[in-house]
Every structure is written in structure tokens, then in C-alpha cells.
Design a binder for this molecule. Structure first.
Ligand code: GLP
Length: 243
């Protein structure tokens, strides 16, 4: 696993964006795996800016997202589909029908099966963007999740519900279940970029870099990936012993 330390979130996002841009140049029909949360927001802004300036096109790009809250429809302001449309897709020249996010409403088992079919059809991500939860979750693969699972229904842990409650009016509004891509699908990605900015991510990154692979800390599996990159800022790095 490669660790890239950048000055701050802005610099880290630029670094991540450069990787996407270079790959997009070589492969205009890129398959991009995308994440929600605050970590990729600056990266998405850079994608939009460059696209608006006409330096890139997403006309042939396909994307899939990692996860969705169960119970939130596409037009719910806290649904991940809504977030992705507002934060990225509506501002790019991408075809919205080429963007996939798991469905949060309807029969969740069927939605999970259908999403795995979609992932099979799209093939592995050329680049998968990831954030990390304070308990080491990636997508919504919480501690204890079997590394071999594909898309599945998961119960969110107390710490994830607490972390994510900042975006809701009240903690009681945070859904307790989600549909998430499994780790086995994430690990098929050709390249993975995990973004971690700010002091709050330092402990998780330290644990990840310890190299111990355990389902109790789901992100630890990334140590086994052939092309996983962590891009962090100096706030994270200052807590790592390598510094
Ligand atoms: C959520 C998402 C994850 C994301 C994590 C971290 O739980 N399901 O995919 O990585 O939050 O979010 P943030 O980037 O806001 O810290």
C-alpha cells in the first residue's frame, strides 16, 4: 500500500484528481467507483471545474457508488443518490443513466442482487475512491463483516450512526441499515484511492498502516490490494510514527 502525504485536503484532492485525469485521458470509457461523505467533496469540485473548462469529458464514463441508506428514496436530501447528483453528476457532462447507486427503497435483497448484476456488467472499477470511517469501515462494511461478501444489507454500528448524524437534523433520523457493496467487490478494483483528511482520521490510518489484517477493522484488507493508495494530509501524518 502506498502512502502519499500532502500538505492539506486541497493538495491531497488535487493529487487524487491528477490520477483520475491521467487515467481518463488514456481510457475515456473509464469505470469509476465513487464514495459519499465529506472526504471526496474537494476532489469532486476539481472534477467539475476541469470538466466545465472543457479539459475532460465524462460522456463515456460509467460510475458506481459504494452504498445507500435503506429507507431513503432517491429524492431524500440525505440519500447518497441525492448527494451524488447534487455534488457531482448534475455538474458533469456524464449521462445520468451511466451512474449507478444502490437503491435504498423497495426489496433490499432484490436490490442487492440487482446491484451485483450491475457490477458484473460494468466490470471492476478502474479507480475506486474510498473514505474511511472512524471504526475502520469502508463503504458500509462495518467491523466483523466477512471479507468475501458482495452487495449486502448491513446494520450500522452506533459509532457510524453517531459519526453520520452530523448531516441529519437529529440522530434519530439516521437510518440504522444500509445496502453496501461488499469488500470482495471493492478489492477487485484495479486501483483504489483512499482519502483521509483531518485529525479525526489519524487513528484509523495509523491502525490501517500497522498492517494487521482483521475483519474487526475492515479497511485493513486494503493491505492486500496490489494498487491501493492512501492520500492523507499533514494532520493525519503528524500522528503517524513515520513522521
Ligand atoms: C460513510 C460512508 C463511507 C464514508 C464514511 C466516511 O459512512 N458510507 O463510504 O467513507 O462515511 O465519511 P467522511 O468522508 O465524511 O468522513
Amino acid at each position: 500500500m502506498e502512502l502519499i502525504i500532502c500538505k492539506d485536503e486541497e493538495a491531497g484532492s488535487k493529487r487524487a484528481y491528477q490520477i483520475i485525469k491521467d487515467t481518463l485521458k488514456k481510457k475515456p470509457n473509464l469505470v469509476l467507483g465513487l464514495a459519499t461523505g465529506t472526504s471526496p467533496i474537494k476532489l469532486y469540485k476539481l472534477m467539475i471545474e476541469d470538466n466545465l473548462e472543457g479539459n475532460t469529458t465524462y460522456a463515456d464514463v460509467k460510475t458506481f457508488n459504494l452504498d445507500e441508506y435503506i429507507g431513503l428514496a432517491e429524492d431524500h436530501e440525505q440519500s447518497y443518490r441525492y448527494f451524488m447528483n447534487q455534488t457531482l453528476f448534475n455538474h458533469l457532462d456524464i449521462l445520468i443513466e451511466n451512474t449507478y447507486v444502490p437503491r435504498g427503497v423497495g426489496d433490499s435483497c432484490q436490490n442487492a442482487e440487482e446491484y451485483d448484476e450491475i457490477l458484473k456488467y460494468l466490470g471492476p472499477a478502474d479507480i475506486q475512491i474510498l473514505g474511511i470511517g472512524s471504526n475502520g469501515h469502508i463503504a458500509f462494511n462495518e467491523p466483523g463483516t466477512d471479507f468475501n461478501l458482495t452487495t449486502h444489507i448491513t446494520d450500522l454500528t452506533k459509532s457510524t450512526i453517531e459519526d453520520n448524524s452530523r448531516l441529519f437534523n437529529n440522530i434519530s433520523e439516521v437510518p440504522t441499515k444500509a445496502l453496501t457493496m461488499g469488500i470482495s467487490s471493492i478489492m477487485k478494483s484495479k486501483k483504489i484511492i483512499l482519502l483521509a483528511f483531518g485529525e479525526k482520521k489519524a487513528d484509523a490510518i495509523k491502525k490501517l498502516l500497522s498492517g494487521k489484517i482483521t475483519s474487526e477493522f475492515p479497511a485493513s484488507i486494503l493491505n492486500k490490494h496490489h494498487a491501493a493508495i492512501i492520500i492523507c494530509d499533514e494532520k493525519v501524518a503528524s500522528k503517524l510514527s513515520i513522521n
